[in-house]
Design a protein around this ligand. Structure first.
Ligand SMILES: NC(=O)c1ccc[n+]([C@@H]2O[C@H](COP(=O)([O-])OP(=O)(O)OC[C@H]3O[C@@H](n4cnc5c(N)ncnc54)[C@H](OP(=O)(O)O)[C@@H]3O)[C@@H](O)[C@H]2O)c1
Length: 399
């Protein structure tokens, strides 16, 4: 059916590429392009020989001209950005210049400020519309599936949704005292930032990890979870009818929090450059270099993830609660694609988002968040490609 250019060759890209190869009717041809070409070649070597034709390329995704040249030579129908959030705008610029659809999993963040919000990418709306191309923002799990769940709940279960709590539980154990499950720099920037949630149309800010709750997760049990700022709050509050409050919680174990606090206290999580032996270095980037590579956690991680959304709202004039979630097993993921569940739960929806565009099921020129599209074909694909969802009509609520 079409050609996808996948940018990045890390944990998430690896799963997405495996899944594209499981869906060769849609992904006839892919090109894996990243900063380090040897990683692209290793993925090709692992997956070559199936129906999907694979090529590789070296690209610096910070450079728009390089991206344009690559797109012009490979001629993809869609570009899937699985590099880092810093590259979102350059890749969108290249897509605009070449009139090719765009998909990503994380919103743009400037390198020198740990602030993630959609304004930079939403500013491209008119230009994408005029070019007749679609930008699908946030096609991972959270953001991503959480938005699809919200659109599905709105379409099939509610007349209005007043409260959403997004709960992200990773009960996986990799045996290290401290490691992050995806890119350490992005992960630590996210969890060390102030928390926030939206209530009555306004952001309410909290100190980092200030709000803690305990939740009894299906198939996992009780875990401590903390309120974080998360990017999908911003778009869901606009796109879901009737929202009064929307919050995001993520589970963290005590060991992770103690290590993080210590690293923060000694300045290792700072993104302010410092001078070290005559060279400018960013402490957080140095920390990334000494932490375990998330890709290496796959064979060691045991346990499950449970990510989902609890909705409270009204249907036919009556109060209603509804919980949609997915449970994913780290070891099963590793057996299937050689990655742990955090990369898996992001890489599968990235493939599905690109498939929605390639098949024309989702075609809406402009820049759109995932909940703006019809959730039904995406929900079907989640069941088919390894992230089956479950529902409950009487969930425990977050106090
Ligand atoms: N929505 C969600 O649920 C969710 C969850 C987890 C992660 N994510 C997002 O998924 C993305 C990928 O995460 P990951 O864990 O796979 O990260 P990762 O393992 O660090 O992989 C990032 C890849 O991008 C490449 N890259 C970085 N800068 C580049 C540049 N300037 N030009 C070309 N390639 C470049 C890296 O190249 P090298 O190999 O040379 O370093 C690496 O292959 C991130 O944006 C992350 O925020 C989303």
């Amino acid at each position: 059916m079409g050609k996808a250019l996948i940018i990045g060759a890390g944990g998430v890209a690896s799963v997405c590429i495996h899944k594209c190869c499981q869906n060769p009717e849609v992904f006839e041809e892919i090109c894996i392009a990243s900063r380090t070409k040897s990683k692209c070649d290793a993925l090709k070597a692992k997956l070559d020989g199936g129906k999907t034709k694979i090529s590789t390329a070296q690209v610096n995704a910070d450079n728009v001209d390089e991206l344009i040249a690559l797109i012009e030579s490979f001629k993809p129908d869609v570009v899937v950005n699985l590099a880092l959030p810093y590259q979102d705008l350059t890749i969108m610029d290249a897509c605009l210049a070449t009139k090719v659809h765009y998909v990503d999993t994380a919103n743009y963040e400037p390198l020198d400020t740990a602030k993630f919000e959609y304004k930079w990418q939403w500013a491209y709306r008119e230009r994408f519309e005029k070019a007749g191309i679609t930008a699908l923002l946030g096609s991972g799990f959270d953001p991503g599936v959480t938005g699809v769940f919200s659109a599905y709940a709105m379409k099939h279960q509610f007349d209005e949704i007043n409260y959403i709590d997004i709960l992200d539980c990773n009960a996986g154990d990799h045996g290290y005292p401290f490691a992050t499950n995806f890119n350490p720099e992005i992960n630590i920037r996210e969890v060390s930032a102030k928390g926030s949630y939206i209530e009555d149309g306004k952001w309410v800010e909290t100190e980092p990890m200030e709000i803690k709750r305990v939740y009894n997760f299906p198939e996992i049990g009780e875990k401590d979870m903390y309120l974080l700022h998360h990017e999908e709050l911003e778009s869901l509050a606009l796109n879901i009818k009737g929202i009064k409050r929307i919050r995001f919680f993520m589970t963290f174990g005590q060991s992770y929090l103690t290590h993080l606090k210590c690293l923060e206290n000694v300045g290792m999580t700072s993104i302010e450059p410092i001078e070290f032996e005559g060279k400018q270095i960013v402490p957080l980037q140095f920390l990334k270099a000494v932490l375990p590579d998330p890709a290496s956690l796959g064979p060691r991680t045991k346990g499950k993830t449970n990510i989902g959304c609890i909705f409270i709202g009204k249907k036919d004039g009556k109060d209603k609660t509804y919980y949609l979630y997915n449970v994913c097993d780290h070891e099963e993921c590793y057996k299937e694609v050689g990655s742990q569940a955090v990369s898996y739960t992001t890489g599968v929806p990235a493939m599905i988002g690109a498939a929605m565009i390639l098949t024309g099921k989702w075609n809406k020129p402009g820049v759109h968040n995932i909940e703006e599209f019809d959730p039904d074909p995406f929900m079907d694909a989640l069941n088919k490609f390894g992230l089956p969802w479950q529902e409950s009509f009487s969930p425990d609520l977050v106090k």
